[in-house]
Ligand binder design. Structure first.
Ligand code: M6R
Length: 592
């Protein structure tokens, strides 16, 4: 949600740098944008609703060395250019961009109104430059004024502030991400919500932690604690992924690129330190209760893992959507373990669940894709899935990476880590053949056949049940077709009433102890008129259409979801939707 990009340094095209920066953050989801540049001692702002991608970056100030930019995903106030960031102080000397929610903004706003401030927008953000303006009445030190303002905020935020009288960017964060990029050769600093905003300029980064702020004049940088003002020295970290990984390359969309990348990304996820996996397996065995938490697709990886732990490790583990975890805290003890799963590592509901677990003394293991993210930094231990940047809003390769890591842990609990790794690597090896051009074309044709349907159902059993739920999320979010996933055996308890002549129904099938059951469920819906599509290693007369997948035993869930990801992609494209940026959605959901 909301993307932030700032630059201060020797270059004089700061406006272009930051506007290119927010173009690289489009994947986060947004509905308006804005840029503020300092030029000739004044702050110039340009902002609008809609997409920044079509806007020529060279229109933003011809000579400026200090600029901030923002993509806004509306929370407080509608999608209007007035509500778009940056927001200015009443006297026009201070500009601010902000990600997150200032929960006590109404109270602060009311107080500012009594002091004579007037507001143009309906946003919580606009109070920030006004508060800083108030603080500047008693100091010349811009950073000090920003610090004092931050001390008044309740809620989660990441912000950048600039003013007309200093050559600095002041950034602060509590709960929402901010990363500094340092150009060691040419000088200059970048501050952004995510690395793609500045990856083409530098790979050297420094992470701000919660409750910290940064003051940067383009030549030097100072990290301090917001509350105490104490210095917080930071180490520089070199990021490993390449700029190409973050670009679409030959693919029409990131979603397709990322689906195809699963040929390699699963193997990267499997390539973990074996001793660490064994230590985690032991920690789960010893824990008094282990809770998996995640949201959306990551939540479905957790749900699949419940089955992995049950079938492979014969060990009970609980899953709760992170947003529901609050009511489970009664079960937590200091000896309990939480496993928090997230692609972005920034999902607010997951961070909230972690806070609850930690308050009970429980330890937290994070399984994340983004190194240095809040969840990575706040967890006691982290396993990175190494999927590389995932830019499409629809999560694909992160899901299979998360499931691969969780499945390995389940195997390690049975002292069969080697078997687990071999199975996963062999399964990953079969994806290249699976996703051959003819197969992909066949799925595209299938998408053409069903693109005008209003409803679509997916069924599965065992670990294919969470994959049925995941299939529904994928289809819903990119194609906007009404799709729902069910446990195959549950159909006869209600959902079968939805089946009409020609309703497309997908059955996710493996070659295992539940195959006969799920085939029976498919026959039940076919005999009520459904058009059945089987995703299965073997064809069956229950299927009107068959998408063949390799038989990979316990790893079937990871493979069965892949043709559905491709189907969802083509359903979106055929229906004229942008699969990378679905309406109303954001890549990392940093609000509760
Ligand atoms: O970054 P996270 O994995 O924590 O994100 C969780 C969900 O918001 C995410 O999986 C969402 O459901 C995806 N858009 C689904 O494709």
């Amino acid at each position: 949600m909301c993307g932030i990009s700032g630059y201060v340094g020797p270059r004089t095209d700061a406006g272009k740098i930051v506007s290119d920066g927010i173009k690289h953050l489009e994947y986060r989801g947004y509905d308006s944008w804005g840029v503020a540049c300092k030029q000739d001692g004044a702050i110039k702002i340009q902002k609008d609703t809609g997409k920044i991608s079509g806007v020529d970056s060279s229109i933003f100030c011809s000579t400026s060395s200090l600029a901030i930019a923002h993509t806004r995903w509306a929370t407080h106030g509608g999608v209007t250019s007035v509500n778009a960031h940056p927001h200015m102080s009443g006297d026009g000397t201070i500009a601010v961009v902000h990600n997150g929610i200032i929960e006590n903004y109404q109270e602060l706003r009311d107080d500012l109104i009594t002091k004579g401030h007037t507001f143009k927008s309906e946003t919580d953000t606009e109070i920030i430059p006004h508060l800083i303006e108030e603080e500047m009445k008693s100091t010349d030190d811009f950073a000090h004024a920003v610090r004092n303002a931050c001390k008044m905020f309740d809620g989660r935020y990441a912000l950048l502030a600039m003013n007309t009288t200093s050559e600095t960017i002041v950034a602060a964060r509590t709960g929402s991400p901010l990363i500094v990029g340092v150009n060691k050769t040419k000088g200059g600093y970048f501050i952004a919500s995510d690395i793609p905003a500045f990856a083409e300029h530098t790979k050297t980064v420094q992470y701000l932690d919660d409750g910290e702020m940064v003051v940067c004049d383009g030549k030097s940088i100072l990290f301090t604690d917001i509350a105490s003002g104490e210095e917080r020295p930071k180490r520089e970290v070199e990021i490993t992924w390449s700029v190409e990984q973050a670009h679409k390359g030959e693919f029409a969309h990131f979603m397709l690129k990322e689906i195809m990348d699963q040929k390699e990304s699963i193997a990267r996820a499997v390539n973990q330190d074996e001793e660490q996996i064994k230590t985690i397996a032991k920690a789960i065995t010893d824990a008094k209760g282990t809770f998996l938490v995640g949201c959306g697709t990551a939540g479905k990886a957790c749900m699949a893992a419940e089955y992995f732990f049950s079938v492979i490790a014969e060990h009970h583990i609980n899953f709760a959507p992170a947003s529901e975890f609050k009511v489970y805290h009664h079960f937590l003890q200091p000896e309990s373990l939480m496993i928090a799963v997230s692609q972005s590592g920034e999902t607010a509901d997951v961070l909230e669940a972690m806070k609850v677990a930690k308050s009970k003394g429980a330890k937290v293991l994070a399984i994340v894709n983004v190194e240095g993210s809040s969840i990575d930094r706040e967890a006691d231990y982290t396993l990175l899935i190494n999927a590389g940047p995932e830019r499409a809003v629809a999560s694909t390769k992160a899901l299979t990476g998360q499931m691969a890591v969780l499945m390995m842990i389940a195997y390690a609990m049975k002292n069969q880590l080697h078997e687990g790794k071999t199975l996963l690597l062999e399964s990953a090896g079969q994806i290249t053949e699976l996703l051959n051009p003819r197969y992909v074309e066949r799925i595209e044709k299938l998408a053409e056949m069903i693109q005008d349907k209003e409803d679509l159902y997916i069924i599965g059993k065992s670990w294919n049940y969470p994959m049925a739920l995941e299939s529904a999320i994928k289809i819903q979010e990119v194609s906007y077709i009404h799709a729902e996933g069910f446990a195959g055996g549950e159909l006869k308890h209600g959902p079968i009433a939805l089946i009409e002549e020609g309703t497309p129904c997908i059955a996710l099938v493996g070659n295992d102890e539940v195959t006969t059951d799920i085939i029976s469920n498919t026959i039940e819906i076919k005999s009520r008129g459904a058009m059945t599509i089987g995703v299965a290693p073997e064809n069956n007369e229950a299927f009107d259409e068959w998408l063949k997948v390799p038989d990979v035993g316990n790893a079937q869930a990871l493979i069965n979801i892949i043709p559905i990801q491709v189907l969802a992609y083509y359903l979106a494209v055929k229906r004229g939707k942008d699969p990378d940026m679905p309406r109303n959605l954001a890549k990392s959901v940093t609000v509760k």
